[in-house]
Design a protein around this ligand. Structure first.
Ligand SMILES: [Ca+2]
Length: 284
C-alpha cells in the first residue's frame, strides 16, 4: 500500500511537472532550412506555426502547450543523441544539454551503434562559406541536413556533460571512407579559448589531430577564426586558410573549408567529405 501511495504521489508530481514545462526555446533554428516537420521528436500537431502572438524570428519561442506529450513527463528532452530511444532513425532532433536552451542537431544512428551527435559535416562542393566570424562559429551555421557547424559554444556545452569521445569520418580522393577515433574529447569554455582536448587515437585515417610537429598540432590548441587569432603562428591561420579551427601554425587537418579538405597525409587538399561525431565514451 505504501508503494502504491508513493507511485500515486510520483505520478501526480510528474503530471504537475508536465503542466509546468517551460517554453520550448530553440536558439539555433537558423540551421533548420525547412519546417518543424523535419524534426523527428516533435509530434505532428505541434509543427504548426505560432498563431500570431509571436513574430520574433530570432528566438523562435514555442509554447509548452504544443509539446505537452513530448518529451515524456519527468524525463526531459534528450541531452544529446545518445539518449534517443533504441531503434531511432538518423535525422534532425531536438536536444537540451544540461543547463542550456534547446537545440536542433543531426543524430547519426547508423554509424557504430548509433547515438552520435553530428557537430560538423562538410563536402568539397558545399555552398557553405566556411570563412566565418568568431560569433558565427560560436552559434553555428549551415544546414543541419547538409554541411554545417553546430557551434563552438554548443559543442563545448554538450561535451562538458559527461566524458565524450569523437569520431572523424573522412572520405578521401578515391572515395574510401576512413575514420579517426579519439577516446576522449572536450572543448574548454570561451574564457579558455575553446581549447581542444583529445585522448588516444585509433582508426584508419591516421592520427592527424595530434602531431610530433608543434606547428601542425591541433590537440591542445585554442579555436581561431578570421577575426580572433588564438593560434601559435605569427600571422592568422584562420584568415589565411579561410575557416575556423583549432589552428597551431597552421594545420595538418583542414575540414572547415569550402573546397578540397585535408586530413594529414591521407588527402592533402583533396578530401571529398568530412563528418565529426561525438558521444559519451563507453566505460566497459
Ligand atoms: Ca597568430
Amino acid at each position: 500500500m505504501a508503494t502504491q501511495s508513493l507511485c500515486l504521489l510520483l505520478f501526480t508530481s510528474l503530471v504537475a511537472l508536465a503542466v509546468s514545462l517551460p517554453a520550448l526555446d530553440i536558439r539555433n533554428l537558423h540551421l533548420l532550412n525547412g519546417t518543424m516537420d523535419e524534426i523527428m521528436n516533435v509530434p505532428p500537431e505541434s509543427s504548426q506555426p505560432d498563431d500570431g502572438d509571436n513574430h520574433d524570428p530570432v528566438n523562435h519561442v514555442r509554447q509548452a502547450r504544443d509539446i505537452a506529450h513530448h518529451p515524456p513527463a519527468g524525463h526531459g528532452w534528450p541531452k544529446d543523441c545518445s539518449e534517443m530511444p533504441p531503434g531511432s532513425h538518423s535525422g534532425v532532433y531536438i536536444i537540451q544539454p544540461k543547463g542550456l536552451h534547446h537545440l536542433v542537431v543531426y543524430c547519426e544512428m547508423n554509424v557504430t551503434n548509433g547515438g552520435w551527435t553530428v557537430i560538423q559535416r562538410n563536402q568539397r562542393d558545399t555552398p557553405v562559406t566556411w570563412a566565418e566570424s568568431w560569433s558565427t562559429y560560436q552559434y553555428g551555421f549551415g544546414n543541419v541536413r547538409g554541411e554545417y557547424w553546430l557551434g563552438t559554444e554548443y559543442i563545448h556545452q554538450i561535451a562538458k556533460q559527461k566524458v565524450y569521445q569523437v569520431r572523424f569520418v573522412i572520405q578521401d580522393s578515391t572515395d574510401n571512407i576512413n575514420f579517426a577515433d579519439y577516446n576522449l574529447f572536450s572543448v574548454e569554455d570561451e574564457s579558455h579559448g575553446y581549447r581542444l582536448r583529445l585522448g588516444s587515437y585509433s582508426g584508419t585515417a591516421g592520427d592527424a589531430m595530434t602531431s610530433d610537429n608543434p606547428n601542425t598540432m591541433h590537440d591542445n590548441m585554442k579555436f581561431s577564426t578570421k577575426d580572433r587569432d588564438q593560434d601559435t603562428y605569427s600571422k592568422n591561420c584562420a584568415y589565411s586558410y579561410e575557416g575556423g579551427w583549432w589552428f597551431s601554425a597552421c594545420y595538418s587537418v583542414r575540414l572547415n573549408f569550402k573546397g578540397g579538405m585535408t586530413w594529414g597525409n591521407l588527402c592533402k587538399g583533396n578530401c571529398k567529405s568530412s563528418l565529426i561525431l561525438i558521444k559519451p565514451a563507453s566505460y566497459c
